[in-house]
Design a binder for this molecule. Structure first.
Ligand SMILES: Cc1cc2nc3c(=O)[nH]c(=O)nc-3n(C[C@H](O)[C@H](O)[C@H](O)COP(=O)(O)OP(=O)(O)OC[C@H]3O[C@@H](n4cnc5c(N)ncnc54)[C@H](O)[C@@H]3O)c2cc1C
Length: 205
């Protein structure tokens, strides 16, 4: 058994995560602004403006970035993706193939159509798309994906966590805000718990 994880059940939302998210935010009380950096003072929902307005904030960006890397940088691995298109119906015969051989430069390949065998009728029977994942150390500006999580990283995060606790109106959430790797079911669980235990009390104040 060479899987990355050993959960009893594996699944995806019936129509995918995008449709799931679109339905969740389909409410006139929810407004979404894209391409707005929390630290960019030229857009209205920036850090200083929200603090001045006394509005509770759920911050899901990197916790060290929030504190301007004042204690040092937390270490991450990132992934470069390379898309390969094959003129064949099914390249791997499965949605995820892991590679641990030293002579293969990527660690994993994703063949998207195989996540949805129930959609075979609407898929092109002669073509398939694969994304190869090349893992490397993340530098500033890269998308941080996996916490490296050495003892030194954990000690550094513990110090950032103390700073985070002292921020009265900011809830630090998600993988970047708490320097943890989460699978989807875990990140959904922590979001619901954070809402009940941290966000709702702030809204009632
Ligand atoms: C390569 C990869 C493969 C994965 N595969 C699986 C899998 O097979 N199964 C599974 O269950 N999970 C998988 N996961 C994990 C899952 O994708 C994550 O746990 C989940 O997406 C984390 O959600 P999040 O809300 O914590 O973070 P994110 O989804 O990263 O959301 C953080 C949000 O904060 C925003 N943000 C950050 N900084 C700022 C800023 N300064 N201003 C404004 N907005 C900002 C970002 O734009 C982003 O929208 C995978 C993760 C990776 C990286």
């Amino acid at each position: 058994d060479n899987r990355y994880f050993k959960d009893t059940w594996e699944g995806l939302p019936t129509d995918g995560y995008t449709a799931w998210m679109e339905r969740m935010i389909d409410d006139p009380r929810i407004h979404v602004t894209l391409k707005a950096d929390f630290f960019d003072a030229s857009q209205p929902f920036n850090r200083k403006a929200l603090a001045a307005a006394g509005v509770p904030v759920v911050y899901t960006g990197p916790v060290d970035r929030y504190f301007d890397y004042s204690l040092g940088e937390l270490k991450w691995r990132t992934v470069d993706f390379r898309e390969v298109r094959y003129d064949e119906g099914d390249h791997f015969g499965c949605p995820v193939m892991n590679f641990s051989d030293a002579d293969v430069p990527y660690t994993r390949a994703i063949e998207f159509k195989n996540f949805n065998p129930e959609r075979r009728d609407s898929q092109n029977p002669d073509k398939t798309v694969v994304w190869e994942e090349y893992s490397r150390f993340a530098e500033r500006g890269d998308e941080p994906y996996y916490p490296i999580n050495t003892e030194a990283d954990r000690a550094l995060y513990a110090r950032y966590e103390e700073l985070a606790k002292a921020e009265p109106l900011t809830v630090f959430g998600g993988r970047l805000g708490t320097y943890k790797y989460y699978d989807m079911h875990q990140v959904i669980d922590t979001a619901l718990t954070a809402y009940e235990e941290q966000v709702e009390p702030l809204l009632k104040k």
